[in-house]
Design a protein around this ligand. Sequence first.
Ligand SMILES: [Zn+2]
Length: 206
Amino acid sequence: MKKALIFLLIGIVANIIFFNGLLTDTSNFWNYSFFAIVGAISFIVCIVIYLKANNEKQKQLMKEREQTKLIEYRRKCNSCNNIYFYTQRDLDENKHLQTGALLSSAAALTDTLFGNRMVGAVNSIDSDNKSSRIVDYNKCPKCNSIDTKILSDREWEVEKKTLNTPKVNASAVSSADELLKFKSLLESGVITQEEFDEKKKQLLGL
Ligand SMILES: [Zn+2]
């Protein structure tokens, strides 16, 4: 933008020199035409720089807007400890639907009040459709409690750790289960002690 301003100034100065020369000394027109060309080129360069900078700015703005759409919210239910996620895009969509439903229910109301009931009926179906798609993100999707809160980044880091830590070792449980089955087979005499010992070694990885 600073560059564009410099070229604008050069253009103005060159044009002042050109017109000043033209007015004071008409016989020497070609001596001043150089300044006219410089002035014209400066103006064009100024406009090009300006448009280019503007374009970059627009692109940057679009990019930022896309990024805000991807901002993720994590909400935790205080009743059932369920953690659920939604993005800014979800919120925007929701807002859009809400406005739509509100507008069509207002249209339905005016239609009922001022006659034209057919249109009103259609509109109210439409508004029902729209409102059924509206999601209340404050509400826990698991237990419908509204006692939920947004997790801050720091809180989320803490929660993430507990989520990633498996509470029970699944393979250990299944080996133990298997072993119990073989134990009952041994007790009922289906397998011998040796067969059981072998299976035990195998399952426990001894
Ligand atoms: Zn819940």
